[in-house]
Design a protein around this ligand. Structure first.
Ligand code: ZN
Length: 219
């Protein structure tokens, strides 16, 4: 398995020859060419434009279903995508692994203002490794429950503040989640979400957790 940071909250996970995309706001990174990847599934944590990104276009071109909370999936379906509308708490099986949606503490609405259900985080279970993509979220005690129920190994956490957790709260989140490795996301894209990576690294390492800062320039 290979985890690539495309930028903002967008990631590609490669499992063998297959790729899955999460929150594919891929236009953020001109170096990333989704047409070259064998994308078989797309996940969207919530409907905000910086997370839905180019999901609809990619889904249609690749015939890759979008897995999302049922209201958001229904919107994507109306725009011609194959979809898998799900909800919180149930493992969904795929031929590359499985995934479960967990609550995040955030809002979710579509560009036309329609209701998109609740915002989510997603836990992936792939080849024995559990990766938690937190989506957009404030620090929430839900993360203690996530540790108890799912024991994730790697957490992809928003650190930019303003709309989500900042570096200090993300460090608390890492502790509550009990993960071995944290990968920061959702920072520096806009002026409002500038983050102090050095401070973040110090805070995380003080808790005996590893930080992996992935550079979208080095895909
Ligand atoms: Zn959002």
């Amino acid at each position: 398995m290979d985890l690539k940071y495309i930028g903002h909250s967008a990631f590609e996970i490669k499992v063998g020859e297959k790729s899955i995309l999460i929150d594919p706001y891929v236009s953020i990174n001109p170096k990333y060419d989704w047409k070259k990847s064998n994308i078989v599934d797309i996940f969207v944590t919530h409907a905000h434009a910086d997370h839905l990104g180019e999901a609809i276009e990619i889904s249609k071109e690749k015939e890759a279903p979008i897995t999302a909370i049922v209201e958001l999936a229904s919107y994507c379906g109306k725009h011609g995508c194959k979809t898998q509308g799900i909800n919180f708490g149930g493992w969904i099986n795929y031929d590359w692994g499985r995934a479960v949606f967990v609550p995040s503490y955030h809002t979710s609405s579509l560009p036309d203002g329609s209701y998109a259900g609740m915002a989510a985080g997603i836990i992936f279970d792939i080849e024995g490794v559990r990766i938690y993509h937190a989506g957009d979220t404030a620090l929430t005690s839900e993360m203690k429950t996530i540790k108890e129920l799912y024991s994730p190994n790697i957490a992809l956490l928003p650190i930019g503040g303003y709309y989500t957790m900042d570096v200090e709260h993300a460090a608390v989140a890492a502790k509550w989640l009990g993960v071995q490795t944290v990968i920061p996301m959702h920072y520096d894209t806009f002026p409002t979400i500038k983050a102090d990576l050095q401070k973040f690294t110090q805070l995380i390492q003080a808790g005996n957790t590893n930080v992996a800062i992935l550079n979208p320039e080095q895909l």
